[in-house]
Structure formats: C-alpha cells, structure tokens
Ligand binder design. Structure first.
Ligand code: BES
Ligand code: MN
Ligand code: ZN
Length: 510
C-alpha cells in the first residue's frame, strides 16, 4: 500500500478515480476552481445543479465524466451539514467511498482532504473548511477512513479472491506550502491504521488460530519488526510471579498461559510511565459456569483488550513518543475441565489478596487483578486497562460507547478527550462504595461477582481493589466487535482502543 501527498488540482489525472466530499446543500462556488481541475469543476457544477446529489452524511454517487473532464470516475461522498462536521465525518466519508471504489474493482485512488477538502474556502487549502479543524487532522482522518474502510479479514477464505485490495492512495492538495501538513496527517493516519488493523486481525482470528502462545508469538513478531522490547512469561515464570488468578483461570485449559510484556522507551527522570493492560482471554466458554451455546463463537473476541494493547504498542513504536509505555497482556483460554476452577474455590492473586470465585465466567477480572498488581512495579503515572469485561456494559451503552470507570477524575477527563479526538467514544460510569459492598465476601477478601444489578460497575469495583495508581478501566464489551458493517469497519473486530491509546500518548507529551 502506497500513500502519499500530491500537489495539484484534484481531477487533473486522466482516467483516475477521485474521491470528493461535499457538504450538504452547498453548490460548488467559483472559488472552488482553485483546488479542482477546471473542466471537472464545470462538469460537477452542472451535475450538482440537477439537485440529485444532496450531500447527506454518507451519501455516495459515482459519476463518469467521460470526455467532459480528465477523471475516469468521480466518487462523490456527502459530508452532511457543514456545522455538524467532525473528524469522524471525514473518517466515515472516506470509509464509504473506499468501499464503493473497491466494489468497482478500483485499487488506485486520489482523494481530496475532507473537511478542508470538498468544496473550498477562499484562503483555504482547497476544500470546504469546517471551522476549527486543522488541515493536518482532517488529512489524518481522511486517510484513517480510507485504510480502515478498506480492511478485510479473509485469511481463511480459500480459492481465488475476487476482492480488490487497495494499492495506492494519493491525497491531493493544491498548495505546496501546505503539503507538509498533509504529509504529517497522512503519516499519522498510516500509523494509527497500522495498529488498528493489527488489532482487528488478532481479534478476528478464531480461537484455534489465536491461542495464548500464538498471541504471544504475534506480539513478539511485531516487537521484532518495530523495535519494542518484548518479554513473554511462560507458565513457570507466571508461577514464580505468584499470579495465582491467571493460573486458576488457565487450570481448565490444555493450552498453557502466557503473560506478555511490551515496552517502548524506558523509565527515567522526568519521563512518565504509562501502563496499558489488555484482557487476553483467547476463548471464553465461561468455564464450569459454562455459557449457553447461542453466540458463544463471539467469545473468540474476548482477547480484544489484548489486541488493542498490542496494536497500540505497534502504533506507538512507529510514532516514537518520548514517553515510557508498557503493554501487559495476561493470556489464557477459559475452558471447563476436570482440573478447572470451580465456583466456590478461593484463589489468591500476586499480592496475596484472596478471591472467592462465585462464577467462573467472571474470569476477565481475575486475570486483570494479577496484571494490575504487576503494573505497580513500574510506578506508573497512569494505568489503563481494556477488557471485554461484562455483558452488563453492553446492556447499558450498547455499541455506541466504551464504558469508562476509574479512580482519578483528571485521568478520566484526559481519556475521554483523547477518545473524542480519535473517534472512539467513552462514557463515564460511577464506582461508588455501594458496588464495593456488593462484592464483599464472608469468607475471602472479595468475591468475583456482585449479583444481578450494576454488573459493569461491580466488575469495575473489583478491579479497583488491585490498583494504587491513577487508573482507568475501559469496558469494551460493546465496542470491540460489530455484528453489522460500519462505515469504516466491516463486520467483526473493530480494533477499538488503539486509536484512543495512541491519541492519549500523543496528548500526554504536550
Ligand atoms: N467475556 C465476557 C463478557 C462479554 C459478554 C463480552 C458479552 C462481550 C459480550 C465475560 O467474561 C463474562 O462472561 N462476564 C459475565 C460476568 C458475570 C458472570 C458476572 C457476564 O457479563 O455475563
Ligand atoms: Mn466470561
Ligand atoms: Zn470473558
């Protein structure tokens, strides 16, 4: 895949396929000719005067100018009302446009920058300038939408694929002076897409192709390619670290557990350490508290938190921020067996805290407890965990937002802001004492379920008992995968979390 900036007027290339975004109910102005080939400008004005294309959000039309203008195809995509524009609009517009292009068998694309990029402001870079949006950021969002919208997971389809893959993207900008901003945005978009597509690949892989060992191997391979430090703890190391909860969840599985440590930069004075932890249950059957069979196949995605952390570490390795960032992944299957963890069992975590296991299907919080305690050794400025932790979170927020809990309002504000910028929305949920009360055990320090109500919050309260540093918990059960395709994500894993973590790291520096 080649992605580059091209200085010039969009639509000048003969036979090319160009993507142009247009705001709702805005006609092309005279001044728009500044960023567009003159004959294409004339042609588009005439077409738009017909009024068929409204510019509604995600509306798409394919035009064939033939001898009227140089391009072979023009893919018009609606941006909706100018006042409602956000970077998410640009991602979605790119996503629907690239999907149409691939469907037509087109693999080489020219695109305007959406936002400042469809129609034009007089002093602008060429493009409808939506107030408050930087060219660089719009270029990033445009590229993200293209690369993520073109994503497919078809590693298990045999036979000749008749699917077109994206081969090259040229982001066209009229002014040389602004090319470096666009180039910067393109690079940022490539970096975030690289991590996100890795996360999608890891999460989409079936349980038999993504065991804890294979997940660890994938992390190690990525680390080798990007220059991250990587340490994989095997069962022996995990036992030496006294991670009793991870071992307990693993007891019902023939596959050995792994604990993955990825590291960017190193601890030093004046450099903050951030620790990201991802739930890595490579398949969650529920264990002895077995799940019903309907939809159980979706539980191959129960390592999406791990996928997000590994994907984010890939992006971070490429972006090279001057920060110390550590990624931790406790990985195991959760299966029933003669040796499996049982309801009523009492186990102890790394630091010695005891847990009464009420339900073996509440396994994510168990493995996270050990990882959260492990994170303390880095004296981190912030710990963020990501986990497909509870069905209750899906009941509360659906797929519209990731549930956020934590012990530090300032950190939660930062995470929320980064999520907003990255197009990965999170929404705060409370961790009141009431939820802690629900998980008190008469026989151990804590129990692993809190009854029927507030399931996302009793899970969060459980995790809170194992942290001492500023910490945020992101429950991605509703956002990690989708059962229907979205503008820049096909059905399956979304890679959620990667862009948020990357953005948080970028925002942290400043
Ligand atoms: N991995 C599941 C949570 C989940 C459910 C993720 C649906 C994605 C979609 C987790 O391990 C689990 O089973 N949680 C239980 C907890 C309960 C036993 C307290 C749940 O949510 O039902
Ligand atoms: Mn479970
Ligand atoms: Zn689970």
């Amino acid at each position: 895949m080649k992605t580059d900036v091209q200085i010039g007027r969009i639509g000048s290339e003969v036979d090319a396929t160009v993507i142009i975004g247009l705001f709702k109910e805005e006609r092309l102005e005279e001044s728009d000719a500044a960023f567009m080939d003159a004959s294409l400008h004339r042609y588009l004005r005439a077409v738009l005067d017909l009024g068929d294309f409204k510019g509604e959000d995600q509306e798409v039309a394919v035009l064939y100018p033939l001898d009227q203008a140089p391009p072979g195809r023009v893919i018009l995509v609606g941006l909706g009302p100018r006042v409602e524009f956000s970077l998410e609009t640009a991602r979605r517009a790119s996503g629907v446009a690239v999907r149409r292009a691939l469907k037509l068998g087109v693999s080489e694309l020219y695109t305007a920058v959406h936002g400042p990029g469809g129609s034009v402001a007089p002093d602008g870079p060429g493009g409808s300038v939506a107030a408050g949006f930087e060219l660089r950021d719009c270029a990033q969002a445009t590229v993200e939408g293209l690369l993520l919208g073109a994503y497919r997971y078809d590693g298990f389809k045999t036979g000749d694929s008749d699917r077109t893959a994206l081969e090259s993207v040229a982001v066209v900008t009229p002014q040389r002076a602004q090319a470096y901003e666009v180039r910067d945005g393109i690079e940022a978009g490539r970096i975030s897409a690289a991590g996100t597509t890795l996360a999608r690949d890891l999460s989409n892989a079936p349980g038999n192709a993504m065991t804890p060992r294979k997940l660890a191997a994938a992390a190690r391979k990525m680390a080798g390619q990007t220059g991250l430090k990587c340490r994989i703890l095997t069962r022996k190391d995990i036992a030496k670290e006294r991670m009793g909860a991870l071992l307990a969840v693993n007891a019902g599985s023939e596959e050995p557990p792994r604990f993955i440590v990825l590291e960017h930069g190193e601890a030093s004075d004046g450099v903050d350490t951030l620790v990201f932890i991802g739930k890595g249950i490579t398949f969650d059957s529920g264990g002895i508290s077995i799940k019903s069979s309907g939809g159980m196949e979706e539980m191959k995605h129960d390592m999406s938190g791990a996928a997000a952390v590994i994907g984010a570490m890939r992006s971070i390795a490429m972006a090279k921020p001057s920060l110390h960032v550590v990624g931790l992944v406790p990985a195991t299957e959760n299966l029933p067996d003669g040796r499996a963890l049982k309801p009523g069992d009492i186990i102890s975590t790394r630091s010695g805290k005891t847990i009464e296991v009420i339900n073996t299907d509440a396994e994510g919080r168990l493995v996270l407890a050990d990882a959260l305690e492990y994170a303390e050794r880095y004296s981190p400025a912030a710990v963020i965990d990501l986990a497909t932790l509870t069905g209750a979170c899906v009941v509360a927020l659906g797929s519209a937002a990731t549930g956020m809990m934590g012990n530090d309002d300032g950190l939660q504000d930062r995470v929320r802001a980064s999520g907003e910028t990255a197009g990965e929305r999170v929404w705060p949920l409370p961790l009141w004492q009431d939820y802690h009360d629900q998980i008190s055990s008469h026989i151990a320090d804590v129990k692993n379920t809190g009854g029927r109500w507030a399931g996302a919050l009793t899970a969060g309260a459980f995790l809170e008992k194992f942290v001492e540093r500023p910490w945020v918990h992101l429950d991605i059960a509703g956002t990690a995968y989708t059962d229907k395709s979205k503008p820049y994500c096909p059905k399956g894993a979304t890679g959620v979390g990667v862009r948020l973590l990357l953005q948080l790291v970028e925002d942290w520096k400043s």
